[in-house]
Design a protein around this ligand. Structure first.
Ligand code: NAD
Length: 491
């Protein structure tokens, strides 16, 4: 585990010498002291990224060269997959098989953007047809500049990959600020990037708190673009900071995603997708389908099966074989989730199962898988993100009501619909106001496909070719090709 920051290709102690206690959420033991960067370290990191962008070889290198470096990073991640996954479990608490998916996906993300970087070489400029034959014009894509990335704790390495890979593919340079709760794998990414031969200053990694390192990064005038994933309130601060000097921004924020289950759906399949949609990663998933709307004709049967399966989930240390639900990331997160359940109960929801701390686990930030039914529409549980293993259910009578209830949210990240009638599923998918719609499933995520939200769930899209666009500027180059004077005053 690292105790230095990665700035300008070197491992340096934070200028103020501070540290962050890293706590294993399954045991509550302090397992490491990570470096706590502050504004001075951010200054050094931004200066390094600025130099590397303005004067260094990175943005001038061809896409093939950048692609090669990204492939080397992917290989470095794959070579250490199990070790990195175990670090992720110690940091975040998630079950090891899920951490292994994440780390594999992070490597896959670097491979995907390596491919897009390589494709940039052959793409050439886009010729623009103009109505005036005295001009020829083309549009070229260029790297946007120095990017600052601020990421959350729920998928530490994967969220880093979603930002670092497209930024580097585009030719940008970057400062990455991981969550203070989960700094371990981001620092390892620095080790891997260094071994991959990335030029100094292209990727800088500063761990620290949101206040001491995140805010100074967002406020820094020499940063051209901010890429943020996290909560809506912090997203609003990032946007406000960006507004001061019109930095480009992309925001991936929270959600309260609906899952509509129609009366012709297979109840067993629906139960598995509902469970996966809210209990994987302990429900600490921005796209978690946490509001489940079930057609009245099957509601009671589905709830019975859901409760039975939720009670069978094995809870424990994410490193233990067979565990499906680990601890939440922190004591504060557990307190927040338990308070949300208590408030839901007070607001009139029924706790069909769970709602408390599991028996037999005296240490660790565990919460039982929780199913809330008849959740009032105006309750906080129905409207606000809980970010824990808590699913809210309600019944609906027909398609129109289901869609109306699904869309009645300030969020619009994801949505899911389950029905044997594919025409209906497609009709509902078209009517849902969300950036991601899953039909007959919930949560599968592909690097190739756009990711991001409508409404307060964010601005812009990550992943796929859309993710690369976040880090590119478009320039038009227009040439006057006529020998005639322009004719403003020379006739
Ligand atoms: P958070 O907003 O508390 O923190 C996110 C990051 O912002 C952390 O690195 C934190 O240190 C930093 N930060 C905090 N204050 C800051 C400030 N003033 N200026 C700059 N940076 C600051 O969120 P979290 O608790 O880490 O993550 C959970 C949230 O993230 C949830 O709301 C979840 O829905 C969202 N999320 C969204 C996506 C998505 O793709 N849409 C993915 C994962 C998580």
């Amino acid at each position: 585990m690292r105790d230095r920051l990665f700035i300008d290709g070197r491992w340096v102690a934070p200028k103020r010498g501070g540290s962050l206690a890293v706590i294993d959420p399954a045991t509550e033991a302090v397992i490491h002291q990570a470096p706590a960067g502050t504004a001075e370290d951010i200054d050094a990191a931004v200066a390094a990224a600025r130099r590397a962008f303005d004067d260094g070889p990175w943005r001038r290198a061809g896409g093939a060269e950048r692609g090669q470096a990204l492939r080397a990073i992917a290989a470095g991640i794959r070579a250490r997959l199990v070790e990195l996954a175990r670090l992720e479990v110690l940091d975040n608490g998630k079950p090891l098989p899920e951490a292994e998916w994440d780390v594999g996906d992070a490597a896959g993300c670097f491979e995907f953007y390596a491919g897009l970087a390589e494709a940039m070489d052959g793409a050439g400029p886009e010729q623009i047809a103009l109505p005036d034959p005295r001009f020829v014009a083309r549009a070229v894509r260029e790297p946007l500049g120095v990017a600052g990335a601020v990421i959350p704790w729920n998928y530490p390495l994967l969220m880093a990959a979603w930002k670092v890979a497209p930024a580097l593919a585009a030719g940008c340079t970057m400062i990455l600020k991981p969550s203070e709760l989960t700094p371990l794998t981001a620092l390892e990414l620095g080790v891997i990037a260094e071994a991959a031969g990335l030029p100094a200053g292209v990727l800088n990694i500063v761990t620290g708190t949101g206040t001491d390192a995140g805010q100074p990064l967002c406020d820094h005038p020499a940063v051209d673009k901010l890429a943020f994933t996290g909560s809506v309130p912090t997203g609003a601060k990032v946007m406000a900071a960006a507004a001061r000097d019109i930095k480009k921004i992309s925001l991936e924020l929270g959600g309260k995603s609906p899952f509509l289950v129609f009366d012709d759906a297979d109840i067993e399949k629906a139960v598995e997708w509902i469970m996966f949609g809210i209990f994987w990663n302990q429900g600490q998933v921005c796209s978690a389908t946490s509001r489940v709307l079930v057609h009245g004709a099957i509601h009671d049967r589905l709830v019975e099966r859901l409760v039975a399966e939720a009670r069978r989930i094995r809870i424990g240390n994410g490193l233990d074989a067979g565990v499906l639900l680990g601890p939440l990331v922190s004591d504060a997160q557990r307190t927040k989730v338990l308070a949300a359940v208590a408030r839901a109960r007070a607001d009139g929801a029924t706790v069909a199962t769970g709602g408390g701390v599991p028996a037999g686990l005296p240490r660790g930030y565990f919460v039982e898988p929780t199913v809330l039914t008849d959740v009032p529409l105006d309750s906080a549980a129905w409207r606000e993100e809980i970010f824990g293993p808590v699913v809210c259910l309600r019944r609906f009578a027909d398609e129109a009501e289901g869609v109306r209830l699904a869309n009645a949210s300030c969020y619009g990240l994801a949505a899911a619909v389950m029905s044997a009638d594919l025409d209906r599923a497609e009709r509902v998918a078209a009517a849902l106001r969300a950036g991601i719609v899953w039909i007959n499933c919930s949560q599968p995520t592909f690097t190739e496909a756009p990711w991001g939200g409508y409404k307060q769930s964010g601005i812009g899209r990550e992943l796929g070719r859309w993710g690369l666009d976040n880090y590119l500027e478009t320039k038009q180059i227009t040439r006057y090709v006529s020998d005639d004077p322009w004719g403003w005053y020379i006739k």
